[in-house]
Design a protein around this ligand. Structure first.
Ligand code: NAD
Length: 243
């Protein structure tokens, strides 16, 4: 039996894409919720909650999911790192997929970025560039944040290595820094490029999303998968078997 869904943030751009994708996948949307609605009552009616709303909504959503022992799929981004660390502890008490990007192509980009960082080493300067539509409220994107995490992990660097744009007399670039640049404009659904630049060559890995449907389809795939898993936090690499 396919699980029934609660879509939280249903009136938003992703909410619409999720409603459309649920129809295409023949999944029943048992409830929808948006800001101001009774989330507990909505959660009662569905097997699994799919959340693409606001980072301010995540704590309450997880507390309700724990109380109701319901699985969740979190797509919302924009959590500060310390807040996210606390939220992940809550999320681990229920079956939870939490991914900054639900597209299959981006999840392959994560795997390729890890491999390229390991093979190329620190003599290749790593920079991440992302571009999104003018309405996006957080920067850098959750996907860029994950790409940076992967590079920092592989290079054994801490968050102090990050350079959020550059301005003024910055001095020469050192190998102990990783740059991140967020562009905003128009209706761009989501572009991410990881650049590895050395003296003599440059490798660029680029993903371009042109339709939000890819995130919605991935999130519904995750919803189907998570209802059969024990409590714990999983990502899209787990759902896709890329680990
Ligand atoms: P949006 O602004 O179009 O929609 C957000 C919706 O959430 C709105 O309808 C808003 O009213 C609602 N909302 C706000 N506070 C709420 C609350 N407390 N409870 C319930 N609903 C609330 O934004 P969007 O483009 O649909 O993106 C939503 C989120 O999903 C953002 O954080 C975005 O970065 C993220 N996102 C993630 C992925 C991914 O693959 N993980 C892809 C696209 C977008």
């Amino acid at each position: 039996m396919s699980p029934t869904l609660l879509i939280n943030g249903a009136k938003g751009r992703m909410g619409h894409a999720l409603l459309q994708a649920a129809q295409e996948f023949n999944l029943t949307v048992a409830a929808t919720a948006d800001a101001g609605d009774d989330l507990a009552a909505a959660m009662d009616r569905a097997d699994v909650t799919v959340d693409f709303s606001s980072h301010l909504a995540t704590r309450q959503l997880l507390e309700l999911a724990i109380a109701e022992r319901k699985p969740v799929v979190i797509g919302t981004t924009g959590h500060a790192p310390e807040a996210k660390a606390q939220l992940l502890k809550l999320a681990a008490q229920v079956p939870c997929v939490w991914a900054g990007n639900y597209s299959v192509g981006v999840n392959l980009l994560f795997a390729l970025t890890r491999r390229a960082t390991a093979v190329l080493g620190a003599t290749y300067d790593a920079e991440v560039v992302e571009m999104h539509h003018r309405f996006k409220k957080d920067a850098p994107s959750g996907t860029a944040a994950r790409l940076l995490e992967i590079i920092l992990e592989e290079r054994k660097l801490g968050a102090e290595a990050l350079r959020h744009g550059r301005n003024g007399i910055t001095g020469e670039r050192t190998s102990a820094e990783v740059g991140i640049h967020s562009l905003r404009g128009g209706d761009v659904v989501g572009d991410h490029t990881v650049i590895f630049a050395a003296l003599g060559e440059r490798l660029e890995l680029t993903h371009k999303a042109s339709d939000r449907a890819i995130f919605a389809q991935g999130a519904l795939r995750a919803a189907r998968w998570i209802v059969n898993q024990p409590a714990g936090v999983y990502d899209m690499q787990d759902v896709l078997g890329l680990k």
